[in-house]
Unconditional design. Sequence first.
Length: 116
Amino acid sequence: MDSNDPIDDALAQMFLQMHAHFGDAVKSYWFNDSGICPGCRRQVGVVKHKGKDAVSLNAFIYREVGVLIGYFLCQRCMKEVFRTAKRTPGQQGPRHDAIEANLRAAYQQHMNAFDS
């Protein structure tokens, strides 16, 4: 990744925080740059948050392989995740399950491309 890339910088910072908190359970990081929302398969891009343009940069720890996976969400999934967090703090909703399953599959596909 590019050291002048703000997304990479943010993900590297998240990785350092997660590594400090979880130790060797988080060994590396990867950014899912497919441009497709892992929650619903729509295109991702700029979203509106509190009336301003933003990107919904998120991260998920794929614990089985020790990788922090960074990803963007679309506007619709971002709003759903926020609503779920308000309604049931500290608990994941069904959208999270889809996001995590899709990110695991994307990471495995990414790694398989190197094995070919």
